[in-house]
Design a protein around this ligand. Sequence first.
Ligand SMILES: Cc1ncc(COP(=O)(O)O)c(C=O)c1O
Length: 389
Amino acid sequence: MDKKFVYADNAATTQVDPRVIDKMLPHFSEGYGNASSLYGLGQRAHEAVEEARKKVAAVINAEPKEIFFTSGGTESDNYALRGMMHSRRAGGRKHLITTTIEHPAILQTCKALEKEGFRVTRLPVDQHGLVDLKQLEEAICEDTVLVSIMAANNEIGTIEPIAEIGKLCHDKGVYFHTDAVQAFGHIPLDVKAMNIDMLSLSGHKINGPKGVGAIYIRSGLLLEPFITGGGQEKGRRSGTENVPGIVGLGEAAYLKMTEMEEESTRVRALQRRLIDGVLATIPQATLTGHPTQRLPGNCSFVFAAIEGESLLLFLDHMGVCGSTGSACSTGSLDPSHVLMGIGLAHEVAHGSLRLSLGRFNTEEDVDHILEVLPQVVARLRSMSPVWKD
Ligand SMILES: Cc1ncc(COP(=O)(O)O)c(C=O)c1O
């Protein structure tokens, strides 16, 4: 294998598509205008931002005026939760419902809201990571303002029943936000058909740039401004627009929309090859997440008697980039809250590996992983005092 390494961590971030870079570059050089300036240079930047807004809106069947650009998924999640809860505070409604397996951008924001006096219910999930609709229905009460449930999980790839959740929230008269950072551009999403009031998305998970994202906010839904200042993004999110980033996000979204069917079919075939190969060649390996209702590229496992961190280091040495737990919390030795959330024991959750495939992966990549992973697992187990074959 002459390839230097196999990148299989597309759920953490993705390589920017060269077609996206091509669209962005002119906005660093000759097209550097401030999108709020009235002269031609500024107006051309403004037009590029509006073009990107249309492209992002089209992916989720939203209106362009319902899309607001942010610095990424984390900011969009913060805005959705804080903006909604703060705006409804005066009415005395203080309850928010989420799940135990959300990204920290949601969970930590919920903690902060609790400190401010809001009440949060965290719904459990089943062994595959699915939310139970009956439990959700029972949790909704008089003072519930908002339900925030992710479209797909970043660690185990499980796709939640978003359309059913949206319908339930709509029928019960509560708002529904979904963190679609992992799902956007990878699976079809339709904010109208799915009754979604707010949706978070991010550029760097869809072969676009880092540090840019967006929030969809249903037309007519009033939220306090998140960042105050010069009144950009219709006063909701002030700050000079990141024009190259926004253009990159727009192009990445456009490419995902036009290529989603073909790409997801191709990536799903790679995913199948990898999952089947791992389960066939490595003893005591278990797939985590839903067996079928999962994101196209996500292959997540736990291996008995393995430490995820050691596995990652060995794999890195063998030219494979993957992750254990959530990339955002790598560096901490706490077991993943998602794996704990689906009911795994501490010691089992420690042996997790997420390999996430994407646009630039090939069959050759999968075969390379299937060649090295069984060797690495066997080597680590041979050194483990707890391994029994
Ligand atoms: C489900 C989910 N939500 C939010 C985020 C945060 O997005 P960003 O990195 O754009 O801030 C991530 C990133 O890993 C994610 O996977």
